[in-house]
Ligand binder design. Structure first.
Ligand code: PLP
Length: 423
């Protein structure tokens, strides 16, 4: 099978013209010393940014830069309007009932910590149960550990099946203990598994639990509808969905957000301040203390508009095609152990694997020499790595700009690694 054949096979039924999409990303137009373009397969860590996002940032600083919400002059009013417009764009993107349900934060980690600090400290009591999962990123484990330590609550984690899915029977066992909170990832950043989020939320709500979805790997890749999901909270990062570093969102159901105390105190989050006490602003301002990352929020708005222009159904279908093709091609590599579900339909565009006899960091270093960027390590999932019996994996992840050729170069690079290590 030649590269040309495989590349065309991968793009034939692709609803996105990934090669055309790629042209929108200035960083992907660069060539290395050998005239090769970068095969960027690390979007699960951070995506690249299209020119429209970079331009939105530059335009903000060139034309609209001023602190928001406080100025009475035109520039500040313009900046405020753009910032709030971005909130509306994001709210629409995840189908929130109101833009007030979307709090701008720096990233998924901050969003989850916000919930742990405010909702958690207000609602969690000694011996309450907090459920998360063995496949969670450290961001959805450590904040709950800290909360449990402080409150005396108990932690439990839904197990993962041999084929990399959440064990829903174990979930049911834990739900029988009526947990206060069920927190889980919609998509695993290590296994690529798409978890049945709406079903998990339905079961958790039936026993009265509050639900938090870590959407870091789902919101950028799948159509997202918080009303259909029924979740109480959804956390996601702008930098993984074509937006700027330092942009992120906590969606929270209005009723819950309104009942939550502030996270940080300072300017912008107050109604009235006296020397001894203060009253607080309504949501979402209550949770946005200090000067926010205005340009980054506006850049995230531009990213959301760009993704909507592509169409999130098309984004999902493109990644299904890319993942199916990659699974197919990686299946040809002798000594490759794949982690996570075998079928592309149950996966987002994240593929973790191990190459017999070669350390994942060596695999990644050799691929780097071939102009293929992948990640190697524990992917902030140390408990999951222990469960899989490995210290690290090599991870390739796909997004809107990846083509069949990127997959071919990955497979060619793996063959080279095997030649070098004479495996
Ligand atoms: N949750 C998941 C599933 C992730 O993949 C990541 C990042 O890789 C995070 C949380 C943390 O995201 P951030 O570093 O943007 O806070």
């Amino acid at each position: 099978m030649t590269t040309t054949q495989t590349a065309s096979r991968a793009t034939v039924s692709d609803p996105l013209d990934a090669a055309r999409v790629r042209a929108d990303f200035p960083i992907l137009q660069q060539e290395d010393g050998q005239g090769r373009r970068l095969a960027f397969l690390d979007s699960a860590a951070s995506s690249q940014k299209p020119a429209v996002v970079i331009d939105a940032l530059a335009a903000y600083y060139r034309e609209t830069n001023a602190n928001i919400h406080r100025g009475v002059y035109e520039l500040s009013e313009k900046a405020t309007a753009r910032y709030e417009e971005a909130r509306h764009l994001v709210a629409h993107f995840v189908n929130a009932a109101s833009a007030r349900e979307c709090v701008f934060v720096r990233n998924t980690t901050e969003a989850i910590n916000l919930v742990a600090h405010t909702w958690g400290r207000r609602n969690v009591r000694p011996s309450d149960l907090i459920v998360s999962t063995v496949m969670d990123h450290h961001s959805n484990l450590v904040p709950w550990q800290m909360l449990a330590e402080e409150t005396g609550a108990e932690l439990a984690h839904v197990r993962v099946t041999a084929d990399g899915r959440l064990d829903l029977d174990h979930l049911d066992e834990l739900l029988a203990r009526e947990p206060k909170l069920v927190a889980f990832p919609h998509v695993s950043n290590s296994l690529g598994t798409i978890n049945p989020a709406a079903e998990i939320v339905r079961r958790a709500k039936a026993v009265g639990a509050v639900t938090l979805i870590d959407g870091a790997q789902s919101v950028p890749h799948l159509p997202t509808d918080v009303q259909a999901l029924g979740c109480d909270f959804l956390a996601f990062s702008g930098h993984k969905m074509l937006g700027p570093m330092g942009s992120g969102v906590l969606f929270g159901r209005l009723e819950l957000l309104q009942a939550m105390p502030p996270f940080m105190g300072g300017g912008g989050m107050i109604r009235k301040v006296e020397l001894g006490r203060s009253t607080y602003a309504d949501v979402p301002a209550r949770f946005e203390a200090g000067t926010p990352a205005v340009a980054d929020a506006i850049g995230l708005g531009a990213a959301v508009e760009y993704l909507q222009g592509l169409g999130m159904n098309a984004v999902r279908e493109h990644e299904k095609v890319a993942t199916a093709y990659a699974l197919d091609r990686l299946g040809e590599v002798a000594g490759l152990r794949l982690f996570g579900p075998a079928d592309a339909g149950s996966r987002a565009g994240v593929i973790s694997f191990e190459l017999d006899g070669i350390h994942p960091h060596d695999v990644a270093a050799i691929l780097d020499g071939e102009g293929v960027a992948v990640r190697a390590g524990h992917h902030c999932c140390q408990p999951l790595m222990r469960e899989l019996g490995v210290v690290a994996t090599t991870r390739a992840s796909f997004y809107v700009y990846n083509t069949g050729e990127d997959v071919d170069r990955l497979v060619d690079g793996l063959a080279k690694a095997q030649r070098i290590f004479a495996v």
